[in-house]
Write a protein of this length. Sequence first.
Length: 65
Amino acid sequence: MSDPREEGKTPRPFINMHFKCCNVYARVHLNHDGTAYTGHCPHCAAPITIRVAPGGSDAKFWSAE
C-alpha cells in the first residue's frame, strides 16, 4: 500500500556521491531551482555543490575529496 502523502509527487533527481573524507556514500539531491546538486557528508557535514551545466553529464556516481 502506498503512502497517501507521496501520491502525485515526482521524486527529486539525485546523484550518488562518495565522500572520500569519511569514506561514505550518500545521495545528493537537485536543489529546488534546478541549478545545482547540493548536500553534505553524512559523517562530518562537509558541504558539496555540483552546478548543473548545459550539456552536463549522464554520470550518476561522483566522488568528493
